[in-house]
Design a protein around this ligand. Sequence first.
Ligand SMILES: Cc1ncc(COP(=O)(O)O)c(C=O)c1O
Length: 350
Amino acid sequence: MEIKKLVRQNILDLKPYTSARDLYSNGILLDANENSLGSTFTEINELNLNRYPDPHQNDLRELISNRLNVLKENLFFGVGSDEIIDLLIRIFCKPGKDKIMIPEPTYGMYKVSADINNVPIVSVLLNDDFQIDLDEIEKSYSESIKIIFLCSPNNPTGNLLNKPDVLELCRKCNSIIIVDEAYIDFAEEGTLLDEIKNNPNLVVMRTFSKAWGLAGARLGYCAANEEIIKLLFKVKAPYNINTLTRFALREAVKSEQLKNSYIKTIIEEREKLKTELAKFAEISKIFDSNANFLLIKCSDAKNVLQKLAAKGIIIRDRSDQPKLANCLRISVGTEEQNKILLDALKEILK
Ligand SMILES: Cc1ncc(COP(=O)(O)O)c(C=O)c1O
């Protein structure tokens, strides 16, 4: 498949912003109108915050390439995966003309980004197990659909998508297939990262906001074929990932064990929470989860939501999404937070 044929003509024609730093990063740097005297943030001088960061993201790409066994050329970093969603829509979809397809229920930002870019959405439903419905997709598919957004484990349902279904879509559709793996660290298997080698139209997105606990640093990345990565570099803001965030990542990856212990505890707490929630008669279903949250179905979701909020416990109403009437999404908290939640539910649902 020819990726080039899917790209907007203005992006193919685009002459990207260039800076002298594309060629030189050392020497007497008098090219970028920075403050050569130094930074006013003097706590960590070696960060050189008075200088713009490397536009090619070499440090980040090398760091993650070594860890994931993915070539540096196949990696791109965004200001959270939310930035990558937006950039991919901008690269492939002509506003008002090309479309994106979203199997729902799923993460809300795909639609928001499409709406911001004036890109129409073709919505299809996931099946009753929240898996891809290949027949439904085939019925609604057309060549004007430039991107299909998939989320695995899916937010808010928590399940992994069946890999063969995703790969069949990659083979059959002349579109970019994005698999958002924001929650994959909480699943024991199921990543599609290895498949980018065999599927030129597959983009796998990940984030440091969940298992790594770096939501405040705003850092996500995607792995894809080199042609797509080059397009992302062409359209991104020149210095999108800031120096403080890069520093945070360099330090954070030294704490792999801590990340693993977070994952272990979150999974244990999730399963405990699931067992306890199952004891409430008003909660008719708790969906299996491969993520750091649980989706529950109640008899009166709005009532539960409001009464918990009145007690200072905030969970997420997902009941307006297709197939999710009366469903609420609960992030797994600390042992203590989960206990407070369960005690509150005991009072509310007694
Ligand atoms: C499925 C999914 N993708 C992406 C994101 C956003 O990730 P980031 O913080 O990297 O922008 C979220 C956030 O909740 C999410 O649930």
